[in-house]
Design a protein around this ligand. Structure first.
Ligand code: HAM
Length: 414
């Protein structure tokens, strides 16, 4: 038996029903904020991600050389592809451009519940602004998503990489070392982060100051006196609070695993998910100029779609999967075309109808109808066909009656 690839999943019909329910809920919320949906390819040139994704994502990328000798990658995330799309085709649209996408991404990680090698992002990007209002809109929208899914114990950790980067710049730490340092801070490997700075010739006073900044956690009051980036963050949080932002902490140790962030950054945790409790991450960044476009500020976030669904299901029961209204059962020697045409007629009137495709006996066809949860079975024998009638069987009561073909749709609907 050929097995599926480790870290990937097949989704059963009932799971797809729930996933589509979540997608539709997310689409509705995104549209209510004026975002429009896009879709980009699964494969991109590897270069797109090498430029700015950072060591975390690069080590986990699925990359390969195609038959034409091109270095390609399966996308590990959607931000870089969406900004490439903007640079290629959307740059003439008026700013801000507000986009979202629901797509699969690939990272070579150790699989466990909530962590997969193929997973899905609900990604949102604002191209053209990273003003406090834009950052605040993202906090507010992600909050609306958590609220509308009934999540209760979610919490935000909000930081600003600019505050840390400003100090790293001042201390003379080069960009490559900054990236390594921030990656270690993101992974909470604080001792190693401190040693990295010290070993690269940073003054002890600067190392202590930077490590102190990264350890700051609390309410917005900790931002006073930390400079203009901190003031901007304060304003972002003030606006988001006015829109009902849920439980949140300012945490300057939140610097994110991807290398492109320049401003406000945030993560949302949902503790009852255990080890993989981070359901969303995002922030303000600049990427467009690296792909040959204008240097526009951007800001965005991505929910881990799979984790969000696990969290949502703990609180909200998705609506039940719909069942067929009827299964049409033509009994031999009834013409299959007669039955198929009848099904077609019922579908055209708005009903969901299946026809028995297995040429089953009546008892087996009824068993199938009940396993599918069909509300009615429509039985057509030779006699019924000749008389232009059908037998309509209510699958929950077992009650069965003959009626004219023309009255079938309204009887099922009633
Ligand atoms: P990220 O934090 O790498 O951010 O991914 C966003 C979310 O995807 C995570 O918070 C997590 O819930 C989920 N996730 C990540 N890896 C996996 C995995 N292996 N299996 C299941 N879920 C996973 C980004 O990718 C940025 N592009 C977000 C962004 C958009 N920033 C600005 N715009």
């Amino acid at each position: 038996m050929i097995q599926r690839v480790r870290g990937t999943r097949d989704f059963r019909p009932e799971e797809m029903w729930k996933r589509n329910w979540l997608s539709e809920t997310l689409r509705k919320i995104a549209r209510s904020y004026g975002y429009r949906e896009v879709l980009t390819p699964v494969i991109e040139t590897a270069e797109l991600f090498v430029t700015k994704s950072g060591p975390g994502v690069l080590n986990e990328m699925y990359s390969f050389t195609d038959k034409g000798g091109r270095e390609l990658s399966l996308r590990p995330e959607l931000t870089a592809p969406i900004i490439r799309f903007f640079v290629n085709d959307l740059r003439d649209e008026p700013l801000p451009i507000k986009l979202f996408s629901i797509s699969n991404c690939f990272r070579y990680e150790e699989p466990q519940l909530g962590r997969y090698r193929e997973f899905f992002h609900f990604d949102v990007e604002i191209i053209g602004s990273d003003d406090p209002d834009a950052d605040a809109e993202l906090l507010s929208m992600s909050n609306s998503i958590c609220r509308s899914l009934g999540l209760r114990e979610y919490s935000y950790r909000i930081g600003h990489v600019g505050i840390v980067r400003e100090r790293l710049d001042r201390a003379g730490v080069d960009r490559q070392k900054q990236s390594e340092f921030l990656h270690l801070i993101d992974k909470k490997r604080l001792k190693e982060a401190e040693e990295l700075l010290a070993s690269s010739g940073t003054r002890t006073a600067d190392v202590n100051d930077i490590m102190h900044i990264c350890s700051l956690k609390g309410d917005v009051s900790l931002l006073s006196g930390l400079g203009s980036a901190a003031e901007q963050l304060h304003e972002t949080v003030r606006i988001a609070e006015a829109c009902g932002l849920g439980d949140h902490t300012i945490d300057l140790g939140v610097v994110r695993g991807l290398d492109y962030y320049t401003g406000m950054v945030f993560e949302i945790d949902y503790p009852s998910l255990g080890a993989e409790k981070q359901i969303c991450g995002g922030g303000a960044y600049r990427l467009s100029h690296l792909f040959g476009g204008p240097d526009v500020p951007c800001t965005g976030f991505a929910f881990g779609f799979d984790r969000l669904l696990i969290a949502a299901e703990k609180q909200t029961a998705p609506p039940p999967e719909p069942v067929p209204d009827a299964l049409i059962i033509p009994l031999p020697p009834v013409d299959r075309a007669y039955a198929a045409a009848l099904s077609q007629e019922l579908r055209a009137s708005g009903l969901s109808v299946e026809t028995d495709l297995m040429n089953r006996t009546l008892s087996k066809a009824l068993k199938y109808a009940s396993s599918r949860g069909a509300r009615f079975a429509v039985i057509i024998g030779e006699k019924e066909m000749k008389e232009g009638i059908v037998l309509l069987r209510n699958m929950s009561t077992g009650e069965q009656k003959g009626l004219e073909r023309e009255r079938l749709a309204s009887a099922i609907r009633a």
